[in-house]
Design a protein. Sequence first.
Length: 305
Amino acid sequence: MVQRISDNDWGAAKPVLNYFRKHLAHHRLALGVLLLVITATFLAAAMVHLHQTESQAIQQDNQTVQIRKTIEDHLRMYQQMIGTVRAVFLASEEVTADEWRMFLQSAGYPHNCAGMSSLGYVRRISSDRPKAVPSDRSRSESQSTDVYALTYLSLSDGRMLESSTNLAQFYQHRELLDQAALEGRSLMGTFWGHPRLDGRDPADASESQFLMPQWVIYEPIVEVLDGKTGKSRRIKGWVVATLDTRQMLQQLQGKLPGTKVTVPEEPWIATGVRSQLAAQCAQKANQQDSADPLCGQTAASAHSA
């Protein structure tokens, strides 16, 4: 049963209602101020977060610019070193081992070319110079009578190899190399592992080192015989430089303080592909006396595998 509130009861409640009405405006103002403070706090936090995001983006952009500049500086050093070697062998028909050592010392190799693991010269000996041709084990009678001989190869650890071993990969890519040389173009090949040019057996290196991506630059040395027309040319040889990915990443780490560059300890390709590449390289090495440092693997074939 609902009881009806009498006038006396309303009269007793009026003082309480008047109290709340009296202080409602004050509390409403306080609540409004509190809401304004909370809103301003959220806005300030959002602005700080946005500023931090923009700062991080700017910092990342600056790091990207620094990385790009560092890489460009490295490439510029490589180009200068390769161009200097090219000029030396273009100016002189014969360069002795002592002259080669003195040249590298004056040029600052390998200290000024971090990441360039080897630098050498491959001479092309024409068939009209049979006395200059060493014992040729990698060229069959059906192949060209021109010989490609590794004259010097200096490694970044200070060792220097003097060899007259003919290079099978130059015969395999002879037409491509000759065409690029006569057109004044350099070539770059990509392979996985250590180059066979340095005399190191890939089995001696760890698996992760063996399958790090490497680059080999072939810079042609072409002599112009007819200065008037410029059409008569003779290919003297190639400057060969090997760029090591691991060394380049480590140098990048050292030149960019505060920037973490991860140098992978494991190969960048799957185990199945790794085994397949190793099997192909072993098979290729067994089929020929002078193994191809490219292991028959270009970047495209490695990825397609």
